[in-house]
Design a protein around this ligand. Structure first.
Ligand SMILES: C[S@@+](CC[C@H](N)C(=O)[O-])C[C@H]1O[C@@H](n2cnc3c(N)ncnc32)[C@H](O)[C@@H]1O
Length: 614
């Protein structure tokens, strides 16, 4: 169908011959193809969809199914999005998104508009433990391998992949699952963006190597250790593991700017102003440092007349000139008696604007697993609806290190929706306008789980995404209630009242994109399409990528023409007249939904000016 339009002289979005800057394109989009100014032919073949071998090659992380997984990244998605008006909240105003469905598809759909636009990604993927019973879930069979260009796959190679992909707790399967998703995550991150990935010992080492491959080793920032348990499990045979890891990687280490943690009252407590210094509270620092440096070893005469030298093996903090300069500026303290050792005055007003985070995060700072479970239960009338959510404080801290202002935060393993809750809560606290995008598959909930009963009782489909969305709804209501209570305090000035953050979200379902049908006579038929017009329009917006998909397109002609700015999106083009075309074209750019267009209609007259979208 697409080819029919191209043959007939139309421009089809996504097939235009872009400028031929092949090298920069490859570097930008397929960084694996060019490494150290060398071309990696295997990678290039995968990208181009040429036959490839599943062979071990060179240094780096290798696993069964690597090339297959790489090809999955490049494969076009067969899904599209359908607006779910029932589950959405504040649909006309919100700038948050929840995409139901497999994140491999959702990330590909997001790429058109959000490439290079996401500031912070947090993910908490399956850890591949005995408990989570992870099995490679993506489509894999001989036909798919062929479609993806693995034509030379021998029987034994196929058998090896098949075994790896169908076994529980297979490292190969887990890596092949994560690889294309991390490549997509990298594409979405902004130049100064950061991804945080929760993991435990089952896959931490593999994940680190995979991330080195995907993001470049130099972009690794830190491996945070989060204390998730506060008491030992004494029946454990060996150690009672009490921590998880959160791997932190920047898109580009040179562009990454960490937002420091706010100083706590405890940290400020040591600063006093015992001499009424006009510069405010200060605390005394250590006057000496080790190891000894010759030029900083000299005699200092204290006001009492006592002469002092630095302790053995150490030297003074400053050169003699600097020390004298600081004395003149009243930045050196000699104790009340003028006979104590001297000390530099460190002013609170001059310490940096925040605290550099350490890599060890204990539960007292950010909560532990049971805190997280309690938090979630408190939103759901004490019902325990999700296993192992992350604590809100933990995710709030991660997000706050990277995202501020209008930044977008993405979580494509959303689970109970903690990341969305954290974003709304942070905005409520600091007046920010961060937006979230959550992806969550419609994973069925087992019938024996309380969450199953909860869904049935509340008329929701018994799938995890129902819990994600319900959590967002309840969290938003709680945030609103708390702010309203705060604002209603009578002694509050109007300007000190808090703004309500965006607590809405547009929900999209992932559905099969239309497929071509060929009738018995070999004629191409229009696919039957039961998607509503507005969803078709949103699909075009997502596919073209020019406009922000959270905007609400303005209706020009019901069920047919919608616009954002001067972009006209047209579905069911059969229904519109020459006048409609002329007026849209006069005012802006026109995009036509190829799935609802015909080559024989009025459209023919405008083929030079419109773009077709599939
Ligand atoms: C460990 S949980 C995340 C928990 C979350 N951090 C929280 O605090 O609630 C991982 C989630 O990813 C979801 N998931 C697994 N595979 C997925 C996929 N291919 N696409 C989208 N979601 C997926 C699972 O259903 C599960 O809810």
């Amino acid at each position: 169908m697409m080819n029919e339009f191209i043959k007939a002289g139309y421009t089809v979005v996504g097939t235009e011959n872009n400028e031929n800057k092949l090298l920069s394109f490859l570097k930008e989009n397929y960084p694996n193809v060019i490494r150290d100014t060398e071309i990696n032919l295997e990678e290039l073949k995968t990208v181009l969809g040429l036959p490839i071998d599943e062979k071990v090659n060179g240094y780096g992380l290798n696993f069964v199914g690597r090339n297959f997984a790489r090809a999955k990244y490049a494969q076009k998605t067969k899904k599209e999005l359908k607006l779910n008006t029932t589950l959405s909240k504040d649909i006309d105003t919100t700038e948050n998104l929840v995409l139901k469905g497999d994140n491999l598809d959702s990330l590909k759909i997001l790429k058109n508009h959000y490439s290079g636009k996401i500031k912070c990604i947090y993910i908490d993927p399956p850890y591949n433990t005995d408990k989570d019973e992870f099995v490679y879930p993506d489509k894999f069979d001989k036909e798919e391998a062929e479609v993806l260009g693995l034509a030379n796959l021998s029987e034994s190679d196929f058998a090896r992949m098949d075994f790896s992909f169908k076994t529980k707790k297979s490292h190969n399967g887990w890596l092949a699952f994560m690889y294309p998703r991390l490549l997509l995550a990298r594409d979405l991150l902004s130049k100064d963006g950061v991804i945080f990935i929760s993991i435990d010992d089952n896959e931490q080492a593999n994940l680190k190597l995979l991330c080195d491959d995907v993001f470049g080793e130099e972009n690794f920032v830190a491996n945070i250790i989060w204390q998730r348990a506060y008491a030992p499990v004494n029946m454990n045979k060996y150690f009672s593991v009490s921590h998880d890891y959160i791997v932190c990687i920047s898109k580009n280490i040179n562009d990454y700017k960490l937002i420091k943690l706010p100083r706590t009252e405890k940290q400020n407590k040591d600063y006093k102003n015992i001499d009424n210094d006009p510069r405010g509270p200060w605390k005394s620092g250590n006057p000496s440092v080790g190891p000894a440096v010759e030029k900083n070893i000299y005699e200092i005469i204290l006001p009492s007349g006592r002469k002092v030298f630095p302790p053995k093996g150490r030297s003074w903090l400053y050169t003699k000139d600097k020390y004298e300069e600081l004395i003149k500026d009243n930045r050196i303290y000699f104790g009340k008696d003028g006979n104590s050792i001297w000390a530099p005055k460190l002013f609170l007003s001059e310490v940096s604007d925040g605290v550099t985070p350490m890599t060890l995060w204990d539960y007292q700072q950010v909560g532990h697993s049971q805190d997280a479970t309690k938090e979630l239960k408190s939103l759901f009338d004490d019902n325990d609806l999700f296993d192992y959510p992350k604590p809100l404080t933990l995710i709030k801290r991660l997000v706050s290190l990277v995202a501020s202002g209008n930044d977008i935060v993405l979580d494509f393993f959303a689970g109970s929706g903690t990341t969305g809750h954290a974003v709304m809560q942070l905005n409520a606290e600091d007046g920010g306008n961060r937006k979230f995008i959550l992806c969550q598959i419609d994973e069925p909930i087992k019938q024996d789980k309380p969450a199953y009963k909860f869904c049935i009782d509340n008329n929701l489909p018994p799938v995890i995404s129902s819990i994600t969305i319900e959590r967002l709804k309840r969290a938003g209501e709680k945030i609103t209630k708390d702010i309203e209570a705060e604002n209603s305090k009578t002694d509050l000035f109007e300007e000190h009242k808090k703004q309500l953050p965006d607590i809405g979200y547009k929900v999209f379902d992932s559905v099969e994109a239309p497929k071509l049908k060929v009738d018995d006579n070999g004629q191409i038929q229009f696919p039957e399409n039961d998607t509503d017009a507005l969803s078709r329009i949103y699909n075009m917006i997502f596919t073209i990528g020019l406009d922000e998909p959270t905007q609400v397109p303005e209706e020009v002609i019901k069920d047919s023409i919608y616009k954002i700015g001067n972009h006209y999106y047209i579905t069911n083009s059969e229904k519109i007249t020459s006048d409609d075309y002329t007026s849209a074209l006069k005012n802006g750019k026109v995009f036509i939904d190829g799935w609802t267009a015909s080559l024989n209609g009025t459209l023919q007259n405008y083929k030079e000016d419109v773009k077709i979208v599939f």
